[in-house]
Ligand binder design. Structure first.
Ligand SMILES: Cc1cc2nc3c(=O)[nH]c(=O)nc-3n(C[C@H](O)[C@H](O)[C@H](O)COP(=O)(O)OP(=O)(O)OC[C@H]3O[C@@H](n4cnc5c(N)ncnc54)[C@H](O)[C@@H]3O)c2cc1C
Length: 803
């Protein structure tokens, strides 16, 4: 084994082999893969090898498309067959809701260039005669589905990488990793050591153990997974290969395996494997079968596909593979560790392995993944993902693998975990809570305890009238919202303002003022949106998206000077309450000594105040677009502040409102939100953030490409639509049509209760951004007329915020 390499990739499963290949393809040749046993010795060797392009996250779906197209390339380079069978696939719907879900998936696929088709039960049965029609309502056909040979794919990646200059060492286990002061690593193995500039953890089933070598606990857990292969079936003899099929309601997947069928299940009673640590002596082993556990699924399978029952079971496979709490991979650099990368938690290695390798190699070589991979960025998780949390969430995710997730559905596992001091108070007011980063926050308030439950639906739900009442209370009197679930950062030091000015696209505001700002990457794309609140000359309170806290800190730390600035995340130290609506000033004025008139405390002011006995920071700003205030206090004061505002609010018509109403109101104002309108695939001018980009203030990260985008106008434009919707509103990811063609996609949608019509925000090509007619938005398979609005639906001049 060589003693030095630019990169050591730990793990020769399908993911490590893909990373290795992509690194050579990106031009890094001095790369070494170290494998404990033979290649494929983790979960890869016993995989069923199925692959498909459909994924709930369109950006992950794109990487899945890429993976499947890649197989031809690695076969050509390596001469190794990947055993690709593109049979086409059917997703079978057993209920109306599932058919709606498939229609939405098909619609999403439309703007991703996927050729999906909704077909009737009769058409499905012609394509897949094994099914018993009476159990189904319809299906979606995907021509690009099939399966591969796991051994062939892994070796094709590995050989292609070797041809590109990579080395592979087998039967060598990495036992420790030691960081050097210059950011490089000593990779300690049982056959000598390697000095590497970068290390990639592609340890699959052992990724947790490799993480522990560098002091991190990755949120992944292996689950046992079983599939069976039937005996040869006369129904298949002499016929073309059967399609892949997913029977969602039966929670099973099927494909042909030689003369029989392979049938796998994600059973409700899924069982974690080795929950605390993975034994090193686990090799190409299988786990004991547990037919009893999958008996309910088998029963449904035999009813839905009767020919299987008489075919008999030839073989059962039970093997473990790993999941993150949301079922998406964990990819990227780890905050706080230099040159340490992960590519693990990949539960669909044969659909996703190529995309993971591509994104990670670009990230390592170019400093940026080159695509929007937020959905699989390891930095989407934070401190709350303890071992037990991960265990609860992974089990839930596994058992729901084939379940529909409704847009208003909150999942119950691992809850409540994190709460703020007013949690019980809000509960007593019949709050329906959502979970965000493990933190409970109120979504809406029901009139009684009995009604405090979301009836899950793709259409307007039981919450609709109550959310409407909350919006109207904000519009007509005053509303109170808990805003603790934001990320907050305390930035201080003599170099703080200069540093922040370089990090952010807008000018740092004067002391006592607030400024909104996008944050851009080197390519001038959006990687964050923040509220900068200047407390003092050398002190800024920064508010942004909580889910991206680790993601932001990783970026901040990468650009941190040696001295002069400190950045401290303080999300849970400062919890908040917001007042919004025309009576908010009178309410707050009764509790503070400061003069709140617009002359003394205008829009976008920020100041330390005493609210009754409570010390806090007050900003005059509201995401609802009304006259409003955000009040930040340390956690110990939140309950007192809440009681004070509630009591004083009585005479001003104060009503609680939640996250759903806030979302509807910010859409009425055309205000974007991180991970929806603002993502690294959009530039700030495309996103309509022109007024928050100050090209004259001096240099900042992403300035040059942003200036170019301003000059060219950018390719896309964020637009607000009034939608002729009936009983269902857009939620995001629906296609936007223009003159009969799909031209863009929705990023958010909701019913605007203050304006009394349905709304959607979405991106269209710049050339169409001024088109006055011809738009339609597809909601659950139906196209609805959409009128482009020239500005925000609610108070487009912004007068109300400034009164
Ligand atoms: C029964 C079953 C059916 C499946 N069906 C499908 C399917 O149809 N389609 C699909 O896409 N996916 C399927 N999967 C999932 C698929 O197997 C995984 O997504 C994939 O194998 C993950 O690959 P990996 O490279 O991340 O991990 P692994 O395959 O676990 O590879 C990790 C490798 O790292 C090595 N390693 C770990 N630590 C060290 C160390 N310290 N030193 C040296 N080497 C080390 C291990 O020996 C191992 O070879 C299935 C899985 C199972 C169990």
């Amino acid at each position: 084994m060589k003693s030095h390499a630019k990169v050591v990739v730990i793990g020769g499963g399908v993911v490590g082999a893909s990373v290795l290949y992509h690194l050579t393809k990106a031009g890094w040749k001095d790369v070494l893969l170290i494998e404990r046993a033979e290649l494929t010795s983790g979960s890869t060797w016993h995989a069923a090898g199925g692959m498909h392009t459909v994924n709930g996250d369109p950006n992950v779906a794109k990487l899945q498309q890429y993976t499947i197209e890649l197989y031809k390339e690695i076969e050509r380079i390596s001469g190794q067959s990947c055993g690709v069978h593109i049979t086409g696939g059917l997703m079978l719907a057993g209920t109306r809701e599932r058919l709606d879900w498939l229609k939405m998936a098909k619609a999403r696929g439309r703007y991703l260039g996927m050729d999906l088709e909704i077909i009737s039960v009769d058409e499905a049965a012609k394509l897949f005669p094994l099914m018993e029609k009476k159990h189904f309502k319809g299906a979606m056909f995907d021509p690009i589905e099939g399966h591969v040979d796991p051994y062939g794919v892994t070796h094709a990646y590995a050989k292609s990488a070797q041809i590109g200059g990579a080395d592979i060492v087998r039967h060598t286990r990495v036992t420790d990793l030691q960081a050097r002061a210059d950011g490089s690593w000593d990779v300690i193995t049982d056959h000598g050591n390697v000095h590497a500039e970068h290390v990639v953890n592609a340890g699959g089933l052992w990724a947790r153990e490799v993480g522990r070598m560098v002091g991190i606990e990755l949120p992944i857990l292996a689950m046992e997974h079983q599939y069976l292969i039937t005996g040869d079936m006369p129904e298949l003899a002499g016929k073309p290969e059967q399609l892949h099929a997913i029977d969602f309601e039966g929670e099973i997947y099927l494909r042909q395996e030689r003369g029989g069928m392979l049938m796998g299940t994600y059973e409700r009673a899924g069982v974690p494997w080795s929950p605390l640590s993975t034994p090193w002596d686990f090799g190409q082993d299988l786990l004991p079968n547990d037919l009893e556990r999958i008996a309910p699924s088998l029963e449904v399978g035999f009813a839905h596909f009767p020919a299987l029952e008489s075919a008999g079971i030839k073989k059962i496979v039970n093997g473990p593979f790993t999941f993150a709490p949301d079922g998406n991979p964990l990819v990227g650099p780890i905050r706080g560790l230099r040159n340490f990368w992960v590519a693990c938690g990949v539960m669909a290695g044969f659909s996703q392995g190529g995309g993971v390798g591509l994104a990670l190699s670009r990230w390592m070589v170019d400093g940026d993944p080159g695509a929007d991979i937020w959905g699989m960025d390891v930095a989407r998780y934070g401190d709350w993902t303890t071992l037990a949390y991960t265990n609860a969430k992974v089990r839930e995710n596994y058992s729901r693998r084939f379940s529909i997730r409704f847009p208003n559905e909150e999942l119950p596992a691992a809850r409540p975990l994190r709460t703020t001091p007013i949690y019980e108070r809000l509960q007593a007011e019949h709050a329906v809570f959502g979970d965000y980063c493990g933190l409970e926050h109120a979504l809406w308030f029901a009139p009684s305890a009995a009604e405090a439950e979301d009836r899950i639906s793709f259409r307007r739900s039981n919450a609709h009238p109550h959310v409407g009442a909350e919006c109207r209370a904000v519009q007509n009197s005053v509303g109170l919202l808990e805003i603790s679930n934001y990320g907050k950062f305390d930035i201080r030091g003599p170099g703080a303002v200069e540093w922040l000015s370089r990090m952010m696209a807008n000018r740092v505001p004067a002391v006592g003022r607030i400024a909104l700002t996008p944050m851009l990457n080197d390519r001038g794309k959006l990687i964050g949106d923040f509220t900068m609140c200047r407390i003092a000359a050398n002190h800024v309170f920064l508010v942004g998206t909580y889910a991206a806290e680790t993601y932001y800190m990783r970026w901040f730390e990468r650009h941190m000077p040696a001295t002069g600035v400190s950045v401290r995340p303080c999300a849970m130290e400062y919890v908040g309450l917001s007042l919004a609506g025309p009576n908010s000033r009178a309410l707050l004025q009764g509790l503070v000594r400061d003069d709140l008139t617009t002359a003394a405390f205008p829009f976008m002011s920020f100041r330390r105040m005493e609210i009754g006995m409570v010390p806090g920071y007050v900003g005059r700003v509201s995401f609802t677009g009304d006259l409003g205030y955000e009040i930040w206090v340390t956690t110990d004061y939140q309950r007192a502040l809440y009681e004070l505002l509630r009591k004083a609010g009585r005479e001003h018509g104060l009503q609680l409102f939640g996250g759903r109403a806030l979302n509807a109101m910010r859409i009425e104002k055309s205000f974007g939100s991180w991970a929806r309108e603002y993502r690294p695939i959009y530039g700030p001018f495309e996103a309509g953030l022109d007024r928050f980009v100050d090209l004259k203030k001096g240099d900042f990260i992403g300035r040059a490409p942003a200036a170019e985008e301003k000059e060219s106008g950018g390719a896309l434009r964020l637009v607000t639509f009034k939608v002729d919707a009936t009983d269902a509103d857009a939620i995001g990811d629906e296609p936007i049509w223009h003159d009969g063609k799909t031209v863009g996609w929705v990023t958010s949608g909701a019913f605007g209760h203050r304006v009394d019509y349905s709304l959607a925000l979405g991106y269209v090509p710049s050339a169409l951004a001024k088109a006055d007619s011809g738009f339609e938005i597809e909601i659950i398979g139906e196209r609805h007329k959409a009128q482009r609005l020239a500005g925000a639906a609610f108070d487009s001049s912004g007068k109300l915020m400034r009164v």
